[in-house]
Design a protein around this ligand. Structure first.
Ligand code: HEC
Ligand code: HEC
Length: 768
């Protein structure tokens, strides 16, 4: 048992280091040039090069190094078998293709041109809207509203890409006001620990000269008065506790009058002797504001006779005003307790307590132990606010606000270290890994367990990474990943802005739109949570629907607005290709768009997007010779020129296969013109008829699908575009998936253990 476990750990450790290794040296002149000459130069020679690409200029390795951007394209086109095109006369063998591709990866894709692995550059990146919301929620315990935040820019199809996440001034303002609002809700300013006590000694009172001071004590002769001012923050009933003693007058106890703003409010009978003062209490109401509280002799209980009090004394040692004692103690929310990990008390000064609170908060907010300087800065803010009279809690709140608008909070920073080799790469540290994992799978900050493991230096062990990824995927917070990744990968966020012709598609309303979106993300989340095969995404015998969506799909027996899992008996639904959200997003206001549907498949599922469109091609014609054309006929006619075909031959046939779905994804056997023809041929000659056969074709091409999905998820996980230095990672993850039945969790685990996920390139290191 133990042995097996050890072996597993070891295998994982080896795989985690599955970085590009140096290979038998391929030589540009000897190995690469001949392949280009034989299979490419006929179209990419110096005269009229196709696609504007002249490969004749790369006579040696140096020339190639100088144009890495171009080679990135060459790598992609050759590796995904887009080049040479299907109709080229001479095509490289698999071995030649492999040689060309691996030369590019090993030479251009390495840090030093000699095979040193390159984890790629991850720039400092701002938390995107979702990450900001979730991070604030987990940090403070209050969910902020980010609805009016400016929207995040998208790069490589995702909104968490460092290169494109800028910080517009409007957003900075939003950060300030949002943090303020959140902290106001999270923190109770006047915590009812004990009602506040204000304590004065006898000497602190004002009084005439006869009221002598002796030590802390005050002598109060008959007919005299001492008074002091008390600042009452909240009105209510207050306990006045006077520690006093008195001589008796003719055997009777002296009574003191307690006056508030000159008016008698209560009386106190002093039973203790002058030499042994003791506390006596009375409750009085006080209004808020500055109140004058005074003490004087009232009378002596001598049974009506005039008291002879000459020379007799009351000794006042201390006076405490405690309260309000009747105000309801404010309910302390969880968020408050979480922040105030220390409180000032008898053994702890406010300053020390504040430092503890600030250090704990900053460590969580900055996602790594806060430095002394960082805590100093916040403590200074706290101290200056307290000097200005703010309560402990209010002064802390101001310091926390500063933490929440600091770059260390708003940005994910993996700084270059002084010790880092300027030209190299280094493993990410424990805390960097905790954040990489948590933002990948939760779109939020690390939780206590991740912090703890990082603190103990245990997180970066491959077996721990795998265990943590599995734990994290089971956590409800992983829904953020399912939602965010799937809606961006499938490009269905656009659904929100989609409108449909009301006359033609009366069924399309906001409820249906929402149901479509939820279907796609719930389906993806189900595959994730149930550990299903990734191929389920291409074809499945279940989906999620409510009554409205089920009606669109022609499924009986689903009632009510809530989404639920439904069985599919018919292969015309099931999997992402035939989901209403996808079909609708890739249609127009009034009609379907085979072009967009085809483009979506190339981009999203096959990873071979077409080049950007020609400008001003015009709308496809609606009629010919007085007859209305089907969408397919119109498109076929419109782009029949060879110039148009070079691109459209790849997109349109795929789209024709989906003409049985109208512009909101409803099945139809006939369109406005006649029966739908959904048969088509791909550029490589393979034929299919309709969506069911196309899905079967896609399952045959599962390698391309899986590779594309790995690439998309790696992009999302790393927050940068995938490049040729990642090729061996893509392949390593692919192999691991094959061996594990394409199980969803395997994909996530392998990405989390991959070389680029666990390393970072130093700023000054080369590479693209
Ligand atoms: C039969 C002609 C032909 C052959 C042979 C050919 N290509 Fe192409 N190539 C094209 C055409 C046409 C385009 C532009 C349309 C497109 O991008 O699909 C193109 C575009 C490209 C592009 C994209 C250029 C850009 O920046 O948009 C790359 C890279 C490329 N080819 C590389 C190669 C390589 C490498 C080979 C040899 C292994 C090769 N091609 C062989 C016709 C050819
Ligand atoms: C370099 C590749 C390329 C070439 C060449 C090209 N197109 Fe396109 N075309 C595209 C792409 C990509 C789209 C999808 C645009 C989008 O994403 O909105 C498109 C979209 C269209 C559309 C819109 C489809 C719809 O459903 O609204 C029409 C019409 C069209 N192209 C016609 C033509 C015609 C006509 C030609 C030749 C004159 C041509 N195209 C040449 C790439 C190309």
């Amino acid at each position: 048992m133990r042995r097996a476990w050890l072996l597993l750990g070891l295998a994982a450790a080896v795989r985690a280091q599955d970085a590009p290794t140096s290979a038998p040296e391929a030589d540009y002149g000897r190995d690469v040039l001949p392949i280009l000459a034989q299979h490419c130069l006929s179209c990419h020679g110096p005269r009229q090069p196709m696609g504007g690409l002249n490969l004749a200029r790369f006579q040696d390795e140096k020339a190639a190094f100088a144009k890495k951007e171009v080679w990135k394209e060459i790598w992609r086109k050759v590796d995904t078998r887009q080049m040479p095109p299907a109709d080229a006369e001479s095509k490289p063998t698999d071995a030649e293709r492999e040689k060309l591709v691996s030369w590019i990866e090993r030479t251009l894709g390495s840090l030093d041109g000699k095979g040193a692995p390159d984890p790629g550059r991850v720039v400092i990146r701002r938390l995107n809207q979702l990450e900001y919301r979730n991070t604030v929620r987990d940090l403070v315990g209050v969910e902020p509203s980010v609805e009016d935040f400016p929207s995040d820019d998208v790069g490589y199809g995702f909104d968490n890409i460092g290169d494109v996440l800028t910080l517009p001034p409007l957003l900075l303002e939003k950060y300030v006001s949002t943090a303020q609002g959140v902290l106001d809700r999270a923190i109770v300013e006047d915590v009812g620990r004990e009602p506040p006590t204000r304590r004065l000694e006898g000497k602190d009172f004002d009084g005439p000269p006869e009221t002598q001071v002796k030590g802390a004590q005050r002598f109060l002769p008959a007919g005299k008065e001492i008074a002091a001012k008390f600042d009452v923050a909240r009105a209510g009933r207050f306990l006045v506790r006077v520690k006093a003693g008195a001589d008796t007058v003719m055997g009777a106890a002296v009574k003191l009058a307690v006056k508030v703003d000159g008016k008698e409010a209560a009386e106190l009978e002093i039973k203790a002797s002058r030499t042994r003062p003791a506390p006596i209490e009375v409750e009085i109401p006080l209004k808020d504001g500055v109140r004058s509280v005074a003490l004087s002799w009232k009378a002596v209980a001598t049974g009506g006779r005039e008291p002879r009090a000459d020379g007799k004394l009351v000794v006042v040692e201390t006076v405490e005003v405690i309260g309000p004692v009747d105000a309801p103690t404010p309910k302390i929310p969880e968020s408050h307790k979480r922040i105030f990990v220390a409180e000032p008390g008898e053994k702890k000064s406010p300053r020390d307590a504040a430092r503890e609170v600030l250090a704990a908060f900053a460590t969580r907010a900055f996602r790594r132990p806060a430095s002394k300087e960082q805590v100093d800065r916040l403590a200074k803010i706290f101290e200056s606010r307290q000097k200005e009279g703010e309560t402990f809690e209010a002064a802390i709140r101001t310091a926390l606000l500063a933490a929440m608008i600091s770059p260390s909070f708003l940005f994910r920073i993996e700084p270059d270290r002084p010790g880092d080799d300027a030209k190299g790469a280094r493993p990410v540290d424990e805390y960097e890994l905790a954040s990489r994992l948590s933002y990948f799978l939760w779109s939020s900050m690390p939780d206590d367990e991740l912090f703890r493991l990082a603190g103990e230096g245990k997180l970066t062990a491959p077996a721990t990474i795998e265990a943590q990824v599995r734990r994290m995927l089971k956590d409800p917070k992983a829904s953020a990943f399912a939602e965010s990744f799937s809606s961006q990968w499938l490009q269905i966020r656009r659904l929100e802005g989609v409108s449909r012709d009301k006359g033609k598609f009366p069924a399309f309303d906001d409820d249906l739109r929402l149901a479509m979106h939820r279907e796609a993300t719930m389906f993806f989340e189900h595959v994730m949570r149930e550990e299903l095969s990734l191929l389920t995404l291409l074809d499945a015998d279940f989906t999620f629907a409510n009554e409205k969506l089920a009606r669109l799909y022609g499924i009986e027996g689903v009632r009510g607005p809530e989404m639920r899992k439904v069985e599919l008996k018919d292969r015309r639904r099931g999997g992402v290709l035939t989901m209403a959200a996808v079909l609708t997003c890739n249609s127009n206001q009034t009609r379907t768009s085979p072009v967009l549907r085809g483009k979506w498949v190339l981009e999203t599922l096959l990873g071979t997007p077409p080049p950007p469109p020609e400008p001003d091609v015009g709308e496809p014609p609606e009629h010919k010779d007085g007859r209305k054309l089907s969408m397919r006929e119109a498109m076929e006619l419109h782009r029949s020129k060879p110039k148009c075909m070079s691109c459209h031959v790849r997109m349109d046939p795929i789209g024709f296969g989906f003409e049985n779905y109208d512009a909101i994804g409803r099945w139809r056997d006939a369109d406005e013109v006649g029966p739908v023809d959904a048969s088509a041929a791909l550029p490589d000659g393979r034929r299919f008829d309709g969506p069911v056969e196309f899905k079967a074709l896609m399952l045959e091409r599962k390698d391309e699908f899986v590779r594309t999905l790995i690439e998309k998820m790696l992009t999302y996980a790393l927050g940068r575009g995938v490049e040729f230095q990642d090729a061996s990672t893509l392949r390593g993850v692919h192999r691991a998936l094959e061996a594990d039945g394409y199980r969803f969790s395997r994909l996530v685990v392998e990405i989390a253990k991959s070389y680029p996920f666990l390393h970072r390139r130093n700023k000054s290191a080369g590479g693209s």
